[in-house]
Design a protein around this ligand. Structure first.
Ligand code: KG4
Ligand code: ZN
Length: 334
């Protein structure tokens, strides 16, 4: 069969990214322009600034991606774009740009759900091994999903309140660490010990998660200690928080492994960049002889290569969309 090249576009949050992906698995060209430094000044992503910066940068990112590619845009087989979920204004920039390219170069258009993109990051330089469990841990999601084949998703459980990444970011803020919080909390935690007692969510017999209690506990502890004039051992608090949060994720995945007949486990989303999470998950899964796949770090956080990977099965089935495609801040994956 002829090779299939997909030009993929991702603008759902604060990264303007494009990639050309061959056969859903080989990255031919890849660009990420992050706005992180700008948003860091405000302690989090400012939606209006994000969409304006996508608009300013998107043509440059296309030029750069095509320059690095082994093919020209005329040779691309389809254009794929993240249409949901995410920041509406940011998504719209990508969706309108993708439509324009598809119209101009007469290419089919493929609409991709961002969360599914994170899952398919595991298909880059690899092959998804079904049946599998996917643990999606990002700034917006904490979902445990069973997949028996391509594009067949059964959500076993989700967070009832905050996403785990959001929780990392809030804890980072109260500890005075810059945005994005996850990597900074992890760095600090590596120097600390588990000395602070943390509450554990009590959703024992479900696959659902809850992180708001843990988040509030850290915030209250910091405020109370400051009021009393006590010093906070920040690295110990970061370590206590991280250990509790990750233990909870590992515990739920272990429960699912025991109750399903899966061959492999994949991690997806920004928090899967966490070294601690990766190691704890591998330790647990080795007891059950389940293989663990985790994307390379650059494909864990938001990027367009994963969108190109997720678009390939849809391309094979000719699941194209027309120019009525609209962006949406929320979407289900089932
Ligand atoms: O997937 P992503 O780039 O964006 C969303 O779709 O949400 O995930 C971003 C999240 C942020 O909350 C960030 O703090 C977290 O991923 N993150 C981490 C690490 N690297 C990024 N959390 C924990 N440890 C890390 N090393
Ligand atoms: Zn994401």
């Amino acid at each position: 069969m002829k090779d299939v090249f997909i030009l993929a576009i991702e603008t759902s949050c604060d990264e303007t990214s494009m990639a050309i992906v061959k056969n859903g698995t080989t990255v031919d060209s890849f660009t990420v322009l992050t706005q992180m430094d700008t948003h860091a000044k405000y302690g989090g992503v400012v939606p209006e600034i994000a969409s304006r910066m996508h608009t300013e940068n998107i043509t440059l990112v296309l030029e750069e991606t095509l320059k690095k590619s082994s093919i020209t845009i005329e040779k691309v087989d389809a254009i794929a774009v993240t249409y949901a979920p995410g920041l509406l204004g940011s998504l719209l920039v990508g969706v309108e740009f993708a439509k324009t390219l598809a119209l101009l170069y007469k290419k089919p258009l493929i609409a991709i759900n961002h969360t599914i993109g994170h899952i398919y990051a595991n298909n880059i330089d690899n092959k998804l091994e079904f049946p599998l469990l996917a643990m999606v841990v990002s700034g917006g999601h904490t979902d445990l999903i069973e997949m028996k084949r391509d594009y067949h998703f059964k959500i076993l459980g989700s967070t009832m309140d905050d996403a785990i990444g959001e929780c990392y970011d809030k804890v980072a803020r109260v500890l005075g660490l810059p945005y994005p919080g996850g990597p900074n909390v992890e760095r600090l935690a590596a120097q600390g010990k588990y000395t602070y007692k943390m509450p554990r969510p009590v959703l024992d017999n479900t696959y659902n998660f809850s992180f708001s209690g843990l988040k509030s506990a850290v915030i209250n502890l910091v405020h109370n200690e400051l009021q009393r004039g006590n010093e906070i051992r920040k690295e110990d608090l970061a370590c206590s928080f991280q250990t509790t949060a990750i233990e909870e994720v590992v515990r739920k995945v272990e429960l699912a492994i025991k109750n399903t007949h899966i061959k492999s486990l994949i991690l997806a989303g920004g928090v899967s960049a966490s070294h601690y999470l990766r190691e704890e998950m591998k330790k647990m899964a080795s007891k059950y002889k389940v293989s663990v796949n985790i994307p390379e770090k650059k494909y864990c956080t938001d990027n367009a290569a994963m969108i190109g990977a997720a678009a390939y099965p849809l391309f094979l089935e000719k699941r194209f969309v027309d120019f009525q495609l609209n962006a949406s801040s929320q979407a289900n994956i089932e």
